[in-house]
Write a protein that binds this ligand. Sequence first.
Ligand code: MG
Length: 244
Amino acid sequence: MSTDSEDDRYIVWFDIDNTLYSTSADVSRAMGKRIHAYFLTLGLDDKEASELHLRYYTQYGLALAGLVRHHAVDPLDFDEKCDGSLPLEEMIEPDPFLRKLFEDIDRSKARVWALTNAYRPHAERVLRILNLHDQIEGLVFCDYAEKDLISKPEPEYYHKALRQANVSDPSKCFFVDDNRRNVDAARALGWKNCVHFCEHGLNHVEGGKVQQITSSTNGGADNGVVVISDLKELRTVWADIFTS
Ligand SMILES: [Mg+2]
């Protein structure tokens, strides 16, 4: 979906999982369970599976990246058994207020893309269930069909995103993600308008571990990153790109 000549507009990047729907939908827990079960199929015991799951997630930003590098796992098999088996239709639903938020982004000023560590089928499925599919002009996903998996927060992933969207100036970027590491990585590369979507106090599962969500900054701005707990706040934080 990239264009030949550079688009002068800003570009807004939305993470998908646990950003476009609340962590309270418990998708991260369901996904964590499936990934744990996948580690067990490699012959690991429960404790080893938990340790490796957390280690790979911490090291690579994506447990699957470790599985591919160190266990020769087929990412497409992983995708089918983990993301693909999630009963998402029963877990998440469209939010009219969120759709309106997307509709109110002034498209003469900004393009709207999604930027996810999931593979394309999961990303598109979530966007369809949330009734946001038609609001997203481009999708950058972790390509499970490639030999080397590149994912957030690796700098190369963000470079790839800019290439794909044909953006040469990172200061044109607006970005929101529920993972602080992903946001900080973008910020470090000069992505100008970075927002950490942080549902303080809720529990989520990262790297197979249940953790309470906290902000490293206790709200407000830090290192140019703004922390919000409701996507509606984007209307204020990014007031320039909204029509109303
Ligand atoms: Mg996320």
